[in-house]
Design a protein around this ligand. Structure first.
Ligand code: MN
Length: 198
């Protein structure tokens, strides 16, 4: 059985960028629903439910066809939100010189990474996420729809931002760009670096 991870900070800790009410709903209702529906989908498959959810979505072909879509959607939702909460920090952080150099080599600088992730997130029609990934040693920015995960195509997710409307509508309404500008202030760079090095 999968369980909802606790937020690594209080729901109001990311104010004013992310408001407490959105955080409570997003974590306690939306993320909880992905966990519940994943557990429901796997109730006849206890062998699968023992595995880390990331292992399931990294190898969807190994999941029986009858529950594959449910695992992709709800397992993806569980994994993507778990990564998202831990990618945020109430205290401002900065990338180390090593990580900054790697990001500059690929994207031309932190500002260009921000522009790239913002453009990917704004360009995602409808629901989805923007991602910073590492694959075969190469950093990349991409957008994926719905709860699709870079893990399913063999990439390691380093950072993500949720652009489902439930992530921002209460505070930002249709202003996805304002939400993304606020998100940039919250990135937990030491955690991004830990993923990059592992
Ligand atoms: Mn979400």
């Amino acid at each position: 059985m999968y369980t909802l991870p606790e937020l690594p900070y209080e729901a109001d800790a990311l104010e004013p960028h992310f408001d407490a009410e959105t955080m409570r709903l997003h974590h306690g209702k939306h993320h909880q629903a992905y966990v519940d529906k994943l557990n429901d989908a796997l109730k006849e498959h206890p062998d699968l439910a023992e595995k880390p959810v990331e292992d399931l979505i990294a190898d969807l072909n190994a999941v029986p066809e009858a529950v594959r879509t449910a695992v992709k959607n709800h397992g993806g939702g569980h994994a993507n939100h778990s990564l998202f909460w831990t990618s945020l920090s109430p205290q401002p952080t900065a990338p180390s010189d090593d990580l900054k150099d790697a990001l500059t080599e690929t994207f031309g600088g932190l500002d260009h990474l921000r522009e790239g992730m913002t453009a990917a997130a704004l360009g995602q029609f409808g629901s989805g996420w923007a991602w910073l990934t590492l694959q075969d040693g190469a950093l990349a920015v991409k957008a994926l729809p719905n709860q699709d995960s870079p893990l399913s195509s063999g990439a390691t997710p380093l950072l993500n931002v949720d652009v489902w409307e439930h992530a921002y509508y209460l505070k930002y309404q249709n202003r996805r760009a304002d939400y993304l500008a606020a998100w940039w202030n919250l990135i937990n760079w030491p955690e991004v670096e830990r993923r990059w090095r592992s």
